[in-house]
Design a protein around this ligand. Structure first.
Ligand code: PLP
Length: 220
């Protein structure tokens, strides 16, 4: 199957899942995760008209997109991987949305850098819904405090929450939890669902699904 066909099939699946859940299909955005994909596949997706991409490393994203995005003024790039404070400057310059705020120090650095660059990027807080030790994301019990810090102290434009469910648990539980947390904070956007589970994320309220292999095939 071509990448154009993959994109169409996934979009169709999203549309059906959205309709089944009495949602409009334009309330769910497909973030094509282009990390570690060869250049020709990126070009194929762009040629198919896709303009929303996710990357998990700042340096890699810079190499892939910095030049290329000049050609595509309507391109949108989401940072979906962990962010070190020494990469904040590059991240703010390159990305349109930061999905992975998980600590105060990072929120503070992002806010200062956005102010400096005159960029007010929408942000998500990443929640470690499974409370996994090695995983990025703020623990659910510290979420409200971090949200208050990001929004209240730093003035960041926090639009929603993001999660990556534990690999060995049914994802639906985590999607439902993330939705509950977002509702409690009055946040509208939910970034949840990947290649293997986005069909379950849409009925539970996903507004962004992040799909890599399903769009592009296996990563190198
Ligand atoms: C790589 C990645 C994805 C995409 O994963 P697939 O299984 O290839 O769809 C989604 N979200 C994050 C945070 C990722 O790092």
């Amino acid at each position: 199957m071509t990448i154009a066909e993959n994109l169409k099939n996934i979009q169709d699946t999203i549309n059906v899942a959205a309709e089944d859940a009495a949602r409009t299909s334009d309330s769910v955005h497909l973030v094509a995760v282009s990390k570690k994909q060869p250049e020709e596949r990126i070009e194929e997706a762009l040629a198919a008209g896709h303009r929303l991409y996710g990357e998990n490393r700042v340096q890699e994203a810079k190499e892939r997109w910095q030049e290329r995005r000049l050609k595509y003024p309507d391109l949108k790039l989401h940072l979906i991987g962990p962010l070190q404070t020494n990469k904040v400057k590059d991240a703010v310059a390159l990305f349109d949305v930061i999905e992975t705020i998980d600590r105060e120090k990072l929120a503070d650095a992002l806010a200062k850098e956005m102010h400096k660059q005159g960029r007010d990027l929408p942000c998500f807080i990443q929640v470690n819904t499974g409370a996994e030790e090695q995983k990025a994301g703020v623990g659910p019990e510290e979420l409200e405090e971090l949200y208050n810090f990001c929004y209240g102290e730093c003035g960041l434009d926090v639009v929603g929450l993001m999660c990556i469910p534990p690999a060995d648990e049914p994802p639906a539980l985590h999607f439902a939890l993330l939705k509950k947390y977002a509702e409690e904070l009055g946040l509208k956007e939910l970034s949840m669902g990947m290649s293997t589970d986005y069909e379950h994320a849409v009925p539970l309220g996903a507004t962004y699904v992040r799909i890599g292999t399903g769009v592009f095939g296996a990563r190198s």
